[in-house]
Design a protein around this ligand. Structure first.
Ligand SMILES: Nc1ncnc2c1ncn2[C@@H]1O[C@H](COP(=O)(O)OP(=O)(O)OP(=O)(O)O)[C@@H](O)[C@H]1O
Length: 575
């Protein structure tokens, strides 16, 4: 089961409270009929065994005052019953909300610890569905219907026991008519409901991803005259979802209709039988009346029970996903015992080799190089040469299958991940920017930002004059994904973020290739400012000019290290 022991205990208590609720429900309804009967004929109080006992016990001497008190009692009973039932509903919603949060937290831990390549492979829409969508569906599609199902089972059981005591033959007739119908209806709809649920679960992330494509790529798609095509891609998927949703809704309505029809068929059959084959049919007709009354009360319960079962079938994939289904890579990122790591001397790659999962050709092989603390090292090579992959290995988003990476001679193991990540900063070509202020983007939403570190970062990343020119300074909002900033400014915010973190190793991945000459100059100025620090800088660049201050430049090709150069040599070759 997916629930923790404490949640199971809470569930059991809730079930017990629901049991009481169902008892009160049935009792309330059952009590109403005799009360109405005596109210319509006060004299009958004295004829009823039960009412008369109470009447005598409390020494009443008028039927009217007895009935008045009885009616007030019934009202107070219903008042208390409904207050109680509201309270149990509240406990139920609180319970299910807590369960969904526990599941969401658990899913978050699972997915955020996936290896980077696998996380990337799954894609944001799938992950959003696995982390938030499925736990929410588990609660609305499994847990709530299950509780409803159980409380209906209790109600039905109480009614059935009542009928057994009162008129067993009626139970027999009801059983023949209602039980097979309920089972057949459920069986008929179950497979399709399950299929609908599965298909919807597959479709939702696909449509979500298409929506994201349309919004992110809006400008390019408009220019390429592709907006209509992308819109159709979304609507075709959404149309299927809408149809499935409508079908599921229809299936939710069907059980009641079928059961109602069969119950009426039962009444009609008994009536026809009485009319044509028996003489003194009054007893039978009375039975029909009772049958109709019992069926009338049972039908909604059976319907709710079936609907709940159908919903559970529709959301069964959620149990499968949250429970038994384990991604092969879930535990790769979780290393609870973290060790300290220092970087005072060097980073060494020793015969490092790496092949992407499902690929045959290695992306990197036999990489051996040494970077001393405080050095600046450049990496060049044609597109697909393996530069980014090499940095991703160093950043530990991937792990080499051959050789090893050493920091101060110490192999970089998963136990050093946290300590290592504290030491490195990473600025990508498309630096990650939040729709927040410059300050929040640099401090990554630090609730208590360190003012001194922030000032230092702004200064070193050459953002000082830009920020000072803004009316709200560092509190200026930068728009969705930094839309209010130029390319150079975005990159410098990335650099400032790394500096604020006080990293010791900075990896700049093609940080300037997408920039024009002026912004490249600005970014280079920021990078050059860092020479006064002891930060070790690794720069991947397409433009050789970016590498001017590098101690040396490695050249990669086809996943191998094919050369080591000095800046001047490269410039000479280029000329
Ligand atoms: N997730 C992945 N799965 C499979 N292969 C990949 C993946 N990422 C990259 N590759 C492949 O690995 C090789 C090296 O890619 P990498 O991104 O490291 O090259 P690069 O030198 O940084 O190129 P560029 O300069 O164009 O960014 C390429 O052939 C690429 O197709």
């Amino acid at each position: 089961m997916l629930l923790a022991p404490s949640e199971k205990r809470r569930g059991a208590i809730l079930f017990f409270l629901l049991l009481i609720n169902s008892f009160l429900d049935v009792f309330g309804l059952a009590a109403l009929v005799p009360v109405i009967m005596v109210a319509s004929n006060p004299k009958s109080v004295l004829e009823s065994k039960y009412f008369f006992t109470v009447y005598q016990y409390f020494n009443y001497n008028s039927e009217v005052s007895f009935i008045t008190h009885l009616i007030i009692f019934v009202f107070v009973f219903f008042l208390i019953k409904n207050l109680y039932s509201t309270w149990t509903s509240y406990l139920q919603t609180e319970f299910t909300a807590d369960v969904s949060m526990t599941l969401i937290e658990r899913q978050m831990t699972k997915y955020l610890n996936l290896p980077f390549w696998y996380f990337n492979d799954l894609g944001s829409s799938n992950i959003a569905n696995f982390v938030i969508g499925i736990p929410a569906n588990y609660v609305t599609g499994i847990l709530r219907p299950l509780l409803l199902f159980l409380s209906e089972v209790i109600v039905i059981t109480i009614i059935v026991v009542g009928i057994v005591v009162y008129k067993p033959v009626l139970l027999f007739i009801l059983g023949i008519v209602l039980v097979p119908t309920a089972i057949l209806t459920y069986r008929a709809l179950r497979a399709r409901s399950f299929a609908i649920g599965n298909r919807m679960n597959d479709l939702r992330p696909v449509v979500g991803a298409r929506q994201l494509d349309l919004f992110i790529g809006y400008a390019e798609l408009k220019l390429a005259n592709k907006l209509e095509h992308f819109r159709t891609r979304i609507t075709s998927g959404q149309r299927e979802i809408q149809k499935l949703d409508a079908e599921a809704y229809l299936y939710a309505q069907l059980p009641l209709k079928v059961i109602e029809l069969v119950a009426i068929l039962g009444v009609v059959t008994i009536l026809l039988y009485a009319l044509h084959f028996t003489k003194g049919a009054s007893g039978l007709i009375g039975l029909v009346g009772l049958f109709a009354a019992a069926a009338y009360r049972l039908m909604p319960s059976i319907n709710r029970m079936l609907t709940a079962l159908m919903q559970i079938k529709q959301h069964q994939y959620a149990i499968h996903h949250l429970g038994t289904y384990e991604e092969p890579h879930f535990n790769e990122g979780l290393y609870p015992q973290q060790l300290p790591l220092t970087f005072n001397d060097s980073i060494k790659f020793e015969q490092v080799g790496f092949t992407f999962p499902h690929e045959k050709k290695p992306a990197l092989s036999g990489i051996t190089l040494r970077i001393n603390k405080g050095e600046r090292v450049g990496f060049i090579g044609s597109s697909g040469a393996g530069k980014t992959t090499l940095m991703n290995l160093l950043l530990r988003f991937y792990r080499e299958q051959e050789g090893c990476i050493r920091i101060d001679g110490q192999p970089l193991t998963p136990q050093h991940l946290q300590a290592w990540h504290r030491l490195v900063g990473y600025v990508k070509q498309d630096a990650f920017l939040m729709e927040a202020s410059i300050k929040d983007n640099i401090t990554l939403d630090d609730p208590n930002p360190d003012q001194q570190r922030l000032e230092y970062a702004l200064e070193q990343a050459s953002l000082r004059s830009f920020v000072d020119g803004l009316p709200n300074g560092v509190d200026t909002f930068i728009g969705e994904r930094g839309s209010k900033l130029s390319g150079g400014q975005r990159q410098r915010i990335g650099i400032a973020r790394a500096l604020y973190k006080q990293m010791k190793v900075l990896v700049l991945d093609e940080a300037t290739s997408a920039l024009d000459n002026e912004t490249e100059r600005e970014v280079n100025e920021a990078i050059n400012k860092l020479s006064s620090t002891d930060i070790t800088i690794l720069i991947i660049a397409h433009r050789i000019t970016t590498l001017r201050e590098c101690n040396r430049i490695y050249e990669l090709s086809g996943g191998q290290l094919i050369g080591e150069h000095q800046y001047e040599d490269l410039i000479r070759q280029a000329v």
